[in-house]
Design a protein around this ligand. Sequence first.
Ligand code: SF4
Ligand code: FES
Length: 252
Amino acid sequence: MVAGGVIIRVRRGGAADDPEERHQTYAIAPRPRMTVLDALTAIQSELDPSLGFRYSCRVGMCGTCALRVNGRPRWACRTLIEGLGESVTLEPLVNFPVLRDLAVDMTPFLDKMSRARAWAEPTEAAASAPVELSPDSRQRVRIDPHIECITCGICYSACGMAAHDPDFLGPAALNRAYTLVCDSRDAAGGERLAEVADEHGIWRCHSQFNCTEACPKGISPATAIQALKRRAAASGAKSFVASIIGGLAPGG
Ligand code: SF4
Ligand code: FES
């Protein structure tokens, strides 16, 4: 290895058509401010064109480049090689099926967004004319810290409950549901709240805040989930807890 060089250990395999998991090492000479994504593209173009990974925007906008760097889920395009050590291990996100090497299948994650109805369903008023939320309104203040999600899946990979319960909706879908439940322009708030308050939804979360610690956009999905729990309890939404209480009630 050249002086000042870095060894990149990449997890290969683990996919349906290449099941044997192994680590392959590549020696690189990092440039100043080289990112993990720069290193991967250099390896692919100069050393090994068969290496599989995914990216699109390169600037922290699209969320497609997420992987594990030395065991931590991070975004490749905004993580500098400098400071990671002389040996850097790159692996695919956990809690996702591997498509090829570092590229994972986002389908189950996006299906959970659908289960949480992660799209706006406007009220009649909001559908017929633009309705503003004033920047200093309570709604806007609640929603704003949670809206910059780029669906990278990093929080989902960091989540211990997602590993334990494959049906758990997960931090990103619940964070998105929270932004909509808080928004008076959305007509599906109550129904959405009831749907995310089941045994694979908000009550599954143990508030460990791993998602919050990992999110590269500074979002706190765990805080959103806690707020959803308070709303579900206050609204009497049909929930896992409510169904247990109902089951214990006399004649219930
Ligand atoms: S909440 Fe953060 S970590 Fe989770 S998907 Fe959105 S941007 Fe990524
Ligand atoms: S390539 Fe788009 S966020 Fe990294």
